[in-house]
Design a protein around this ligand. Structure first.
Ligand code: COA
Length: 398
């Protein structure tokens, strides 16, 4: 409360939507995605199954999944104008998230939007019917083309030509293929799918809220998703996964974990990859990603790095409990995200864009939900400025 109004800085604790998409319980350390505990879904589903689940409210049967996969895969190539634009952006060496935002804005080229629901038809999110067939081509184009934009831009940055997407690979496999030109191993594909499933939706986070605000004006999906990319880019949201990995590399060997981390805490630094605004127990996403990283590193990677990260994690949690007793500072999603994505061969600059590749499906699901609800989001502000000022022509202003 401020100034006798209901103003809540940062809208903390304010409920601004009802959703069937995901539920975050920060005290119990639980994340539910469309009814499934994260741990059930993340390591079992393909990314396409998870997207279908979010968009339709249920898992597909085999024939539905095949149709859905083919439809998504067919949208993978981006318009030539998008590629030309990305090439000129690469000449300026802009960060990949900037290129994704620029490229995302072009995704309406050549596609006209078909809405799946009449806006405002229901006006009550408690009784929403679940869509049986989702037709909006922009929804498919956005999810299918985000990986193409990121991979093409990444290759332009390295002075290489983009690799044409393949339709015979899964969404995750094709992304890795377009980055490197090599067909990835099954272990790598599984590792990436588990990551994509894990971060696909997370309640009313900042970028999802931004997308819902935009679509609620009766705007279009490309506008909503482009705004959401801008929100995700910020270091307070999705823009800070690299430093956790830097700390692991700085430590180098397990014996150095305690002295290095202790010195950081004594110098007043925060340990990256630990602590969370909502989760006061271990972030359930960290749990899932740690298991995925272990599986992937064991099958196809540098197990010594995984063992080092485990040691760093255990030491950090112990030292944080000593340093900030009662705060319950636990491992968050960034710690194992960084490890897993590094293990997949992704450079640090690709971490946040890869997050966006997944979250785009969640943003769209929220947009579809918001469209069904059909109510403009328009909160109020409290005026705290002056009143009664008297106009003075420019020449006489002091
Ligand atoms: N290392 C050391 N101390 C930490 C810490 C960390 N990772 N996270 C929180 N703390 C300390 C704070 O300094 C604060 O101490 P104080 O009360 O003596 O000032 C106390 O614990 C509570 O922290 P607070 O700032 O209230 O937590 P928050 O909920 O606002 O912040 C984060 C959450 C994520 C911003 C914070 O934990 C952080 O900066 N973590 C490191 C960065 C990171 O991993 N970000 C990715 C998040 S997914």
């Amino acid at each position: 409360m401020k100034n006798g109004t209901n103003f809540v800085p940062g809208l903390e604790g304010v409920v601004a939507a009802e959703t069937r998409l995901s539920h975050v319980d920060g005290l119990a350390g639980e994340l539910i995605i469309s009814g499934f505990p994260l741990v059930e879904l993340a390591a079992n589903a393909t990314f396409e199954e998870t997207v279908y689940l979010l968009w339709h409210g249920r898992l597909p049967i085999a024939a539905e999944l095949t149709t859905f996969q083919h439809k998504l895969a067919a949208y993978r190539p981006v318009p030539p104008a998008t590629l030309a634009l990305l090439k000129s952006v690469a000449a300026e060496s802009a960060p990949t998230m900037d290129a994704l935002r620029i490229g995302a804005g072009t995704l309406s080229l050549g596609i006209s939007e078909e809405r799946d629901w009449e806006i405002g038809r229901l006006g009550d999110s408690g009784n929403l019917p679940i869509s049986q067939s989702l037709n909006n081509p922009l929804a498919f184009a956005i999810v299918a083309r985000f990986p193409t934009i990121v991979a093409a831009y990444w290759r332009f940055l390295q002075g290489q030509e983009p690799i044409v997407p393949r339709t015979d690979l899964s969404h995750a496999a094709n992304y890795l293929y377009m980055l490197t030109g090599e067909e990835p191993s099954a272990a790598r594909v599984r590792g990436l799918e588990t990551y994509l499933n894990t971060v696909v939706d997370h309640g009313l986070n900042a970028s999802t809220f931004a997308a819902r605000v935009i679509i609620a004006t009766n705007s279009d999906l490309v506008s909503a998703v482009t705004g959401a990319v801008g929100a995700l880019k910020g270091p307070l949201h999705g823009g800070a996964p690299g430093p956790a990995l830097d700390t692991v590399f700085e430590i180098g060997v397990p014996e150095r974990a305690e002295p290095v981390l202790r010195a950081k805490l004594e110098a007043g630094e925060r340990l990256m990859g630990f602590g969370h605004r909502i989760y006061k127990v271990r972030d359930p996403r960290a749990e899932v990603l740690a298991a995925a990283a272990e599986q992937m590193f064991a099958a196809d990677g540098d197990m010594a790095l995984y063992e080092l990260a485990k040691e760093v994690e255990a030491t950090a949690v112990t030292l944080l409990a000593e340093h900030k007793p009662g705060r319950n500072l636990q491992t968050n999603v960034e710690f194992y995200t960084a490890l897993l994505l590094h293990g997949l061969g992704l450079a640090t600059d690709l971490f946040t864009p890869t997050f966006a590749i997944s979250r785009a499906a969640g943003w769209i699901a929220h947009c579809l939900e918001q469209q069904r609800y059909g109510r403009l989001i328009r909160p109020q502000s409290t005026y705290i400025g002056e009143t009664g000022l008297v106009w003075q022509p420019v020449g006489v202003r002091g």
